[in-house]
Design a binder for this molecule. Sequence first.
Ligand SMILES: [Zn+2]
Ligand SMILES: [Zn+2]
Length: 690
Amino acid sequence: MSENPVSAPELPSYPCDGFALYGANGPFSDRSVVAMLVNGQQKDLAALVNEDDDVQPITIESPEGLAILRHSTAHVLAQAVQRIKPQANLGIGPPITDGFYYDFGVDTPFTPEDVKAISKEMQRIQREGQRFVRRAVTDEEARAELADEPFKLELIGLKGPGPSTGSGTAAATSAAHKVEGASVEVGEGELTIYDNVAKDGEVVWKDLCRGPHLPNTRMIGNGWDLTRIAAAYWRGSEKNPQLQRIYGTAWPSKDELRAYQQRLEEAAKRDHRRLGKELDLFSFPDEIGSGLSVWHPRGGIIRGEMEQHARRRHIAAGYNYVYTPHISKEDLFLTSNHLVTYRDGMFPPIRMDEERDEDGHITKQGQDYYLKPMNCPMHILIYKERARSYRDLPLRLAENGTVYRNELSGALHGLTRVRGFTQDDSHLFVTPDQLETEVAKVLEFILSMLRDFGLTDFELELSMKDDEKEKWIGSDEFWESSTDALRRVALASGLKLTEVPGEAAFYGPKIDLKTTDAIGRVWQLSTVQVDPNLPERFDLEFTDRDGQKKRPIMIHRALFGSIERFFAILLEHYAGDFPLWLSPVQVVGIPVADTFADYLDDAVTALREAGVRAEVDHSDERMQKKIRNHTTGKIPLILIAGEQDRAAGTVSFRFRDGTQENGVPLAEAVERVRRAIESHALIQTAGDLA
Ligand SMILES: [Zn+2]
Ligand SMILES: [Zn+2]
């Protein structure tokens, strides 16, 4: 046992099960424990452990515990479906982020009425307090017992060799989307069936599964809900039969379920795809193709402000802007190795310059061109164009480089997952001595720039190599010194740092920066990647002080990551209420009556001359209707003027939250708006416009 039993009651006699340890009378009694980790492997509480086993409790609130709760709920869902539709065939039912699903082979898709009935039946199964009981079986036994379940039979044939290294639920949590959850059913070790055993001892249902599960159906509690139905191909392939999928969510308590549902509602309100349409910012015309965006004038203004600000700051920090084409001959990506390591992510080639005679015989060989998935190789060619000396380094090349990636159409999502996007990409070429100083500068620059956009909550992740020998290239000395350098830089930032062994690229360590948005969602943004590999592949050199030719190190650095995605994150973070400097229209003038329109025109002209994006609403709508329209349109400042203002040479501000500030002298109003733009202020209420 790894726990310290000092103040605990007497230890049970071994071997014993988890109930003897964590149950009401156990020495480590804890009602939140739902399973255990035995020598690193997830087990049911009913499993037997020995005194020399390393046993750790899995509580329902832990990521592993939540996955077990969610997966157990999926079992209850499947049992309920088969009670109502006995002919339904079982697919798979893994836990996923925040919930679970189960796939069924049924003749007709589920209706909302079906889902209601299934939900009722699930509650009945919970009340029955069925136990989940594990039973190891041979392939033959499993085949015989599951003879009526064609999909399960197929899974038995898929079972991999070798000992199981992780549990079904844990492995499926991370890999559910990739492998379609098959690993939750059959592990790599022995085959197991879980029986659902009623109070009277009768086996009322069973499923092929590697477990673990909650001890019984009652423990699922009332923090779950069925959320949606969808069609899904068996094992993710359209060559296979189509199944019907029911999604659900499950939490340890009803309160947590409610909180989750509220988070979803809030996220839906902020969804950048929805706001993008409502605010007329961008779109994805079908005629152009999936995952390729066009930017409307208003979206273009915001993006332009973002890019111009970033550009000014990059130049001030010693970066040089370059431009490179969108397309290149095959050889470049062979040298960079992208055509080997990244081929699946690239668009198929375009054959060029091929010539044929009248009979169709090739008379001149063509060559393949590729749309670029990365900018690095082209920046490297700029470095290589002339001999470099240590005096040229660090050389910091920056480009808003548009790249194209062959994302699956099903994976595309608004501006955050697209097929064409623009990276604010930089490549820094440094001497080995300069690495640490330059990484420190880069990180400081990134943080300062993201703060300019109003983000404040950051944490860092250091991706390192681990002990696996074949995975990594380069010397141990290089890995150690570069990883240490990155760690020192990260720690000096004072931000929370998580070290993740084994997550580095095969050639070097990196720092990832994550930010938490206004509703608590974590987004991965910037990356600082150390790379000695591409300089090696492209044979880059510089002449050092001692006259020797040496190899520079590259730092790949994307700050926003993708400009499109960063824009989407900001749009959702602010729910469309952008800070003044980013707002497409900063001030809208609304005359109290037509007779004051001329006066407001003059005020707006004064604002425009000061560089403010301002306009007057001359439409025929009534004043209140205009105010409503522009408030929905997320205009930060509405300028109102009536008789009093005209007589006094003043204007009145109305803010997003409905508050107002009246009688501000025009010159002062212009100056305050100008200052708020300059300081990147977020103007929501009277008082923000100081
Ligand atoms: Zn299971
Ligand atoms: Zn790069």
